[in-house]
Structure formats: C-alpha cells, structure tokens
Design a protein around this ligand. Structure first.
Ligand code: ARG
Length: 270
C-alpha cells in the first residue's frame, strides 16, 4: 500500500507538472509565429516561423519547377509535412548541390534543412546530421536512343557527364570513367543533347522523364543508396521533429500517397 504521504507528494508533483505545461503553452501562444504544436517552440529556426530548406532542382520528381515556377516534388512534399507539424511556413531556397552536400549551406545559416535527394554517406555524416532514410536509390546510365553504350566496359574512352559532388560522380571515378562535371542535372542533360558527352550518370529515379526526349535508360548500377534530410550538427530538436514527421507519414499513409503521386508507382512491397 502506498502511504497517504506519498500520494500527496505525487499529486503535488502532478499539479506542478500541469502548472508548468500551462506556462509553456501560454508562452507559446505569446509568440506570433508559433502554433499550438509544442514542437515549434523547441526548434530554433534561422527565420522564426519559417522552415527554410535548401534544395537543388532540376531534379524531378524530388525537386523541380512546376508550370507556375514553384519548386515542388517528393522532397518538398515531405518538408511541407515537417513544416505543418511544426506549425510554421515552408520556404525553399535553390542552392548548388556542392554547398548542400558539403554542409556549407547549413554551416553558413543559409537554411535549416538540406532536402535534395541526398545520399547518406559516411563522408557527409562527418559534416552534418542525417534524418532516418526516406528513399532507396541506385545509379543509372542515360544514353541517346539506339546507342550501344550499356555498361561500364562499353564506356571506356567515352565522355560521361556527371553532376558535381554527387555519388554518381564518385561511382564514375571509382570505375575509372572519363567524366565531364556539370553543376546540375539540367546542364548534364543539355550536354547529352548537344553531344558534348556520350552518356550521363545520375540517380536512376531522375532519368525516367528524359526517355520521352530521345534518350534511353541503358542500365542500373545497383549502388544501394539511401536518401536522408540533413541538418546542422547538433540540431537535435529539428532532427527529432523531422524523424517524428517521417514516422507519422509512414504510419498514416501520407508517405505512400506522396510516393505514388511523385514516383508514379506505389513503394515496393506495398
Ligand atoms: N543522390 C545523389 C547524391 O547524393 C545525387 C543527388 C543530387 N540531388 C539534386 N537535387 N541535384 O550525391
């Protein structure tokens, strides 16, 4: 049996906790940008009331301009869910993939989160913190329709366009390919169109849209990559919020709906 004295102490503690939470919520309300969601109060953002996200389009279906010039895509949809859970606005900033993946955008306070189809690698993990993985990726080879380039061996002596500072570039380098660097996927494709390069390597999931433009996806290089969202080292509250949203959208079906809309098929195994 618990002594009445213990019970009294316990209810006093409960009362104190209630009081504390009442204080916390009333101070939340005093902040104009904060929502009724307690998480927003704990997460420090570079612009209060706004989740600022750095991304490198064109990278359809993850980040690309729609007809109205707005940046949309799977990464942006998920970031919108995070912003909604935090009760803040979402702002997408376009930056170079190099400064995204090196941690520079985060370190210089350009953005709170980098969301750009970023493969989780040990090298990058040393520079910033990653969320839980949210997408599986491999590399792919895009060639002009009818080309006989189909594997690493056939690329000997050929010029391969890669996106600067990406895992596709690393893959090409590791396989001894002769590469030409481009700052983004758009420039890579442009160079393939003009014949400046013979083939292009980038993540397989972004090559599909170019099949309609006279190209074919010649092969997949199964690199077994996973995408994660990045935050500045030590931004634990924000990281927890992102992982919390990832967990929520995985459980409530939102992730599958986003995936199906943006990728065109349901996630494997569903
Ligand atoms: N997944 C690859 C990497 O992390 C390429 C990502 C490029 N992303 C982009 N939005 N351009 O290196």
């Amino acid at each position: 049996m618990r002594s009445p004295r213990f019970l009294a102490a316990a209810s006093l503690a409960a009362g104190a906790a209630l009081l504390l939470s009442a204080c916390a919520s009333s101070s939340d309300e005093a902040e104009p940008a904060a929502s009724d969601n307690a998480a927003a109060g704990e997460v420090a953002l570079i612009t209060p009331g706004t989740l600022t996200v750095c991304s490198n389009p064109p990278y359809e279906p993850f980040e690309f301009e729609d007809e109205t010039g707005e940046i949309v895509g799977l990464d942006i949809d998920i970031m919108q869910e995070v912003a909604d859970d935090l009760g803040v606005e979402l702002l997408v900033k376009v930056t170079a993939f190099e400064t995204i993946q090196s941690g520079v955008d985060l370190d210089t306070g350009s953005c709170d989160v980098v969301a750009s189809g970023i493969t989780i690698t040990d090298e990058r993990k040393a520079k910033f913190d990653f969320s839980d993985p949210y997408f599986d990726a491999d590399q792919g080879l895009l060639v002009p329709s009818g080309s006989d380039l189909s594997d690493v061996d056939s690329l000997a002596g050929k010029k391969v366009g890669v996106q600067q500072a990406t895992t596709g570039e690393t893959f090409a380098d590791e396989n001894g390919l002769q590469t030409v660097q481009f700052e983004d996927l758009g420039l890579q494709i442009q160079a393939l169109k003009t014949g400046q390069v013979d083939a292009v390597i980038n993540d397989i999931a972004v090559l599909g849209p170019f099949v309609e433009e006279g190209f074919e996806v010649a092969t997949t290089f199964p690199t077994g990559e996973q995408y994660g969202f990045g935050v500045k080292k030590g931004s634990t509250a924000l990281l927890d919020a992102i992982n919390g949203t990832l967990e929520r959208i995985t459980t409530d079906g939102t992730y599958d709906a986003i995936y199906t809309e943006r990728i065109g098929t349901a996630p494997i195994g569903k």
